[in-house]
Design a protein around this ligand. Structure first.
Ligand code: IMP
Length: 198
């Protein structure tokens, strides 16, 4: 069986990646599973750049199929922030709860009544011959002023999707994967992998 190294230290992302790619016939190994740690400097200005930085760092070690996800939240009232800084929005080492509080405060302070937001995910895949591919997914929603729900991770308790009547944290993993930015990007990657195998 072919292996893909998923170059992430985020257990929440790895869970979603493994769920969606389970039926591709590829074995998905996290950095942890592979017994290795990398923590490249995510210095890119875009999700695309950062996904490639992480995937290339893993490819230098593994020279097999590697993939990396870079993702985050873009808020209309904050001109697209926190964007690529979503993980560290409330400062280095910020918890998910710290970031959520910081986001609610900043939207309040902006004075805007526009709560529209998008989650964005870009996945970089590098194949054993060095070919690089990008897959992008987006999910539109609205930011709530109070968290709702216990599932998921990160900004999920604040990210409400009007069509579903729930936040991402009120969904099961399967429901979230069917509408989320990561789910959409991974579906494109999955279609590519299934096509590449035949
Ligand atoms: P990255 O590890 O630099 O890609 O940072 C991603 C950050 O964006 C995470 O730490 C979360 O704060 C946020 N994020 C990305 N995807 C999701 C999601 O599916 N739900 C909630 N927050 C997310």
């Amino acid at each position: 069986m072919k292996t893909i190294i998923a170059a992430s230290n985020n257990k929440d992302k790895i869970r979603e990646i493994k769920q969606i790619l389970a039926s591709t016939g590829f074995e998905i190994l996290s950095l942890d599973d592979a017994g290795f740690a990398i923590d490249p400097d995510e210095s890119g200005q875009t999700f695309e750049e950062n996904a490639l930085i992480k995937a290339r760092a893993a490819f230098q070690i593994y020279k097999t199929y590697v993939m990396a996800d870079d993702s985050g939240l873009s808020i209309e009232a904050l001109n697209g922030l926190p964007g690529v800084n979503s993980r560290r929005y409330a400062g280095p080492g910020a918890s998910y709860a710290d970031n959520n509080m910081h986001l609610i405060e900043n939207i309040k302070n902006s004075g805007s009544e526009n709560f529209n937001a998008s989650f964005i995910c870009v996945i970089a895949l590098i194949e054993p011959d060095g070919k690089e591919l990008l897959f992008k997914g987006e999910c539109k929603g609205v930011i709530l002023q109070k968290p709702r729900g216990e599932n998921g991770f990160g900004y999920d308790p604040l990210f409400y999707i009007p069509g579903t009547g729930r936040t991402m944290a009120q969904m099961t993993d399967e429901e979230k994967n069917s509408v989320s930015h990561r789910g959409r990007a991974l579906q494109k990657l999955k279609d590519y992998l299934l096509g590449a195998k035949t």
